[in-house]
Write a protein that binds this ligand. Structure first.
Ligand SMILES: [Ca+2]
Length: 135
């Protein structure tokens, strides 16, 4: 059960320690829920505002482009000329709130999200243990 899922605002957590994308995802999954997923303009702004001036990893990877949990999204916010390279398979959000594909080995601060039961692209993305915590 996840009865309260639509009432719990998603919480984003900035992590200043620069890590490669996979390590950032592992950290987020261990300490929170996952790397940040972004489903609309207001969430996109919220992510960029947490570490102003930094490019940050978000939970986006390809191919095809999906969120860390395997879901996709109708909302995207690519910068001009992005995604730009087939070997850049991880997604970051820059300080202008635009998305770039980037080398997954790059060391960047990142944004996790936590503690929410919600729907993303029609799929419930929180794990059952987080849902249990919410309930
Ligand atoms: Ca790129």
């Amino acid at each position: 059960g996840c009865a309260n899922r639509q009432e719990i605002p998603k919480q984003y957590v900035p992590v200043l320690t620069p890590l490669a994308w996979e390590d950032a995802r592992s950290y987020c999954r261990q300490h929170h829920t996952d790397l940040a997923m972004i489903k609309d303009e207001s969430e996109n702004t919220a992510v960029a505002s947490l570490l102003w001036g930094h490019a940050v990893w978000i939970g986006l990877y390809r191919d095809p482009w999906r969120w860390s949990d395997g879901t996709n999204s109708s909302f995207t916010n690519w910068d001009a000329w992005q995604p730009s390279a087939g070997w850049e398979t991880c997604g970051l959000e820059n300080s202008a709130q635009k998305w770039h594909d980037a080398n997954c080995a790059a060391l960047l601060p990142f944004i996790c999200h936590k503690g929410k039961c919600d729907f993303h692209g029609g799929h419930e993305f929180s794990l059952s243990k987080q849902c249990a915590n919410v309930n």
